[in-house]
Structures are given as C-alpha cells and as structure tokens.
Design a protein around this ligand. Structure first.
Ligand SMILES: *Cc1c(COP(=O)(O)O)cnc(C)c1O
Length: 388
C-alpha cells in the first residue's frame, strides 16, 4: 500500500474525476500534503496532538473471555478510547493542521450521521479555524444531538436540501462550496474517498492505527496476527489498520461491509464523488441509497484502494446482516464490558460467524468507535422486536 503517484491511481481505481475548477485545488493539496508528510516539524506537531489531545497510542486489548468463547485469540484495537470516541480524530487533526499550514482559515466538511462533522468541528475549535458542515436535511432530523454538538463546538451546520437529502447530497454541497471558496477554504473530507489526494492522504493519516497495532501485537504475543479485520463504510479505519500489515504477506486482511451497503459485495465499477471505485448503482447507473442499521456505514461507495485490494485479492470482503450486528453488539457488551459502536460490531459479527475458520488463530479487530451514540437506537429496535 504505497504512494499512488500524482495521478492517484490504485490499479484501475482512484484518479481524479472533478470539475476543471477544482483541479488546481487538488494539485495544491497534493503538493502541500507531500511536503508536510516528510517534514519532521509537521509530523512532530501532529504526533504531539495525537498523544496529548487525542490520547494515543490507543490500547491493544486481549479480549480473553470472548476469545475463550470463540476459540481464537481476539485482540481489540481500542480506537473507541480516543478523544471524541472513534478513529476519526486521527484524520481531522491531520487535515486541520494541514489547512493551517496552507494558510486557509476555513474548513468545509460533509457528514452523514454527524460523527465526522463533530470530529471536524472539534479539530477546527482546537485550531481556531472557521468550520462549515454540510449535512443532509433528513440526517439533521435523525441526528439532532450531533447537530447540537457541532453548534456547541462553534461550527455552522448547513442543510443539504437536494436529492435524498442524505450523505451523498451533503458531499455534493460541500464540493460546490469548495469550488466557490477554494482560496480560503480546505475541504476536510471524512474518509478514503473522493479525488486524489484524499484516498491516499486519509489512509496515511490513519496509518498510525496499523503501525501501533503491529508493534503492540508483537510486544504482547511475540508474533504477528493471522488476520486483521475492520468494518468498511468509506473504508478509512480499515485502511488505517491494513496499512500496518499489508507488507506482511502472511497476515490476511478482511473488510466487513453491511449487507445493505456492500459496495464490494454487490457494487459495480463506476465514478462517484471524484474517483473510480465500486458503488451501488441501479439499472440506469444512478447511485443507490445504502441501507444499514449503522448510519456511519450508510455510504453507497467505497474508497478506491479497497476496490484495488479486492481486485488483486490482497484483502477479502465479507458482508453481515443487521441481525448479526445486533447480536455482536450485545455479545461484546456482555462478555467484555465494552459497548461497541454499531460499525465495528460488523467486524465482530463476521468473527463470530467465522469462528470455525478462525479457531486457534490470532485475530486483530479494529474497534473503531464506542457505542454510546448507538445505545438509544439499539434499545428502540429491541423494544420493537419484543412488542412485535
Ligand atoms: C465513521 C465511522 C466508521 C466508518 O468510516 P470508515 O471510513 O469506513 O472507517 C466506522 N466506525 C466508526 C466508529 C465511525 O464513526
């Protein structure tokens, strides 16, 4: 998983499919990130924030009770313990620092369930940047608490009123804003998608997950894991984990998608939001809505590097149902006293289903976020089930 070069190609996938007006902005961003990423001062400042603000390194925890139940050694990379409760802080701190370095006082972000918007607003508050978050009007209604959080943090939340008024429309609005304000604004994109350099840059900003986990696993068990696994929405927490292990051919990499949003499992190659990847399309080539219990995985596409990892067979992709996810959510809560977010519960759902295949192996799972945000939703679903 190296540098995709100036064209941002991962095999057949990736690239830069954007309006003419954004090409200079993406080129400027590519150059700025390249120079920052090899600048020891930038890296030291970012590492300082990750350590002293976000709380890194996150723990690698051996889930012994659950391991005994499954029959493997299950290690959890505890990204849920980071400030703001997920892996997202790694990306937003890096990009906000980069915005400052580029002399841009304003950041734009898109958000679906609100998690990336809250993380962006957090980083903007910390660094004194103006922050505008685009959110589908439907999502704003569904996620009122996150809208309130963003406003508390000083961000302006603007509703996306077009189309289905959800995440993909928020991305379109954010891109439109960026075209008009590129002199003063950085588009703080939330996952490993979009035009080059985003898929590469966001993966590099999350690489810390895999780099830490590899060393922690060696210190704990004296070996590398047999399998690393993570949930895949856009795919940033999974690529951050995979980046630490891709060069070790003996380590198998498994991405887990929701059944109703399985861009690898059911998607076809196409172009969306600036790059070529797999996406869910209807028979007329229109982008379809993803359907998942987890709002954070409700994205019809997937980062282009995942498409490439799938096409080359270096990583494998599995899909799980909402019922399996709810079960995994309950199992981890009861056996380990850790309430996971619904997103990483997807990866655990696959581990539970694949226990025969995993017997005796070391499995390292990225616990991308904590479950506080999902408890009310799960309670409601269980309530409904017990009524009906
Ligand atoms: C946003 C989010 C995801 C999905 O994003 P990826 O880019 O696929 O990592 C997964 N887990 C949690 C906890 C999230 O907040």
């Amino acid at each position: 998983m190296g540098d995709p070069g100036s064209t941002g190609r991962f095999g057949d996938f990736g690239g830069r499919y954007i309006p003419e007006t954004l090409i200079p902005a993406c080129a400027e961003l590519d150059a700025a990130f390249r120079s920052a990423w090899v600048d020891p001062l930038f890296r030291a400042e970012l590492d300082g924030l990750l350590a002293n603000y976000a709380g890194r390194p996150s723990l690698l925890y051996e889930a012994k009770r659950l391991s005994a139940e499954i029959g493997c050694t299950l290690l959890l990379k505890r990204e849920d313990l980071n400030h703001t409760g997920s892996h997202k802080i790694n990306n937003v701190l890096g990009q906000a620092l980069l915005a400052k370095r580029m002399g841009k006082p304003r950041v734009i972000a898109e958000t679906g369930a609100g998690q990336h918007g809250v993380a962006s607003a957090t980083a903007a508050a910390l660094m004194g940047l103006e922050c505008v978050v685009y959110m589908g009007e439907v999502d704003m209604g569904r996620q009122e608490l996150n809208v309130f959080r963003m406003r508390l943090l000083g961000a302006e939340v603007r509703p996306a009123l077009s189309g289905s008024r959800t995440l993909k429309d928020a991305i379109n609005e954010a891109m439109r804003d960026w075209v008009a304000s590129v002199e003063t604004s950085h588009y703080l994109l939330g996952s490993v998608m979009g035009p080059h350099p985003y898929p590469w840059m966001v993966r590099e900003l999350h690489r810390v997950i895999g780099d830490e986990a590899r060393e922690q696993c060696r210190a704990l068990l004296g070996c590398d894991p047999d399998i690393v696994t993570a949930c895949v929405g856009g795919g940033s927490n999974a690529l951050g984990l995979f980046a630490g292990f891709a060069e070790l051919p003996a380590v198998e990499m498994v991405g887990v998608e929701p059944d109703g949003g399985a861009a690898v499992g059911r998607g076809v190659p196409g172009i969306v939001h600036g790059s070529k990847s797999y996406l869910l399309q209807d028979e007329y080539g229109q982008v379809m809505e993803a359907q998942s219990i987890s709002a954070g995985l409700d994205y019809p596409g997937i980062g282009p590097e995942h498409a490439h990892l799938d096409a080359t067979g270096r990583a494998r992709y599995e899909k799980v149902t909402d019922a399996e996810v709810l079960n995994a959510f309950a199992v981890l809560s009861r056996t380990e006293g850790i309430i996971p977010a619904l997103e990483p519960a997807h990866a655990l759902a696959w581990v539970l289903r694949a226990k025969d295949e995993l017997a005796g192996k070391v499995v390292l799972l990225n616990l991308s976020g904590r479950g506080d945000k999902d408890v009310a939703q799960v309670a409601e679903i269980l309530d409904r089930e017990s009524d009906g």
